[in-house]
Design a protein around this ligand. Sequence first.
Ligand SMILES: Cc1ncc(COP(=O)(O)O)c(C=O)c1O
Length: 314
Amino acid sequence: MKDENKTPPKRVPAIRTVTINGELVPYEDARVPITAPGLTFAVCVFEGIRAYWNEDQNQLFVFRLNEHLERLHFSAKMIQLDPLPPIDDLCKQAVETVKANEYRADTYIRPQAFVDEFGGMFAKGPVTTTIAAYPRSRMRDFHDGTKVCVSNWRRLSDNASPPRVKATANYLSSRLAGLDAQSKGFETAIILSESGKVSESTGACVFIVRDGILITPPVTAGILESITRDTMMIIARESGMTVVEREIDRTELYATDEAFLCGTGKEITPIIQIDQFVVGDGAPGSITKILQTAYDDLVCGRSKDHEDWITPVY
Ligand SMILES: Cc1ncc(COP(=O)(O)O)c(C=O)c1O
């Protein structure tokens, strides 16, 4: 009998080919054994990378590919996986994976490294690396902004489950905060640290703008050391803006003139409401919009600045 309460299966995007341990294989053949510690104990690290299609240049550009794969290596080292393939090899594999699928649209690339086959929670190998890529378009809230709440879940700490490690296990915390936010009608949440200061969102970092100054929590605030956050700080400073990394109080979120989330997935998403407080005049702020445009020009290969940040696929 049909179970009406069952969540309908999510459609897998049309992925033709993925990479497993350096080999291109059909997506249907990419399977994880149910005994893998990567599954049971979340002995797994991963990355999320975006590539942007530039119609005028008939080209797909991957954004800061090298930095993402450096972070994958760092994460793997922190959870003591056996050594991964060299970063250069993984970069080539990422590009080849996208190419094999012939994507000519904005694309998301998901590398993972996990302990495969069979073992306990302390197993360091055998490590399997996988790379999947699929079309992923612009965030829905990019232009109109999003509404977030402050979570009553607390952020992980460096002494427990270090957030600067992009480990699968860390995302339980994000899931709990995100589901809680959605049940209250918000898109996602901003999470405070155990000491009550702003940390980050479920899958993105946070910036606020007060009196024209960009403020973001420091890397010691329980955040992932975000590549987009780094990008934003660099391009904001290059545009003559002042950027400060410091603790942010909860009430500063409510008092802020502008705010935005930033991350590979979220891109630069303006925040227009935090809990019951409207941010600014309830529309994306002017500084946020300037930064969005600069970011967009960079990632789509329209800017002459930082050309080393983009890798052409074709
Ligand atoms: C928890 C968390 N914070 C921040 C970010 C943003 O990091 P990045 O800009 O490197 O994608 C992400 C996304 O990967 C994330 O999952």
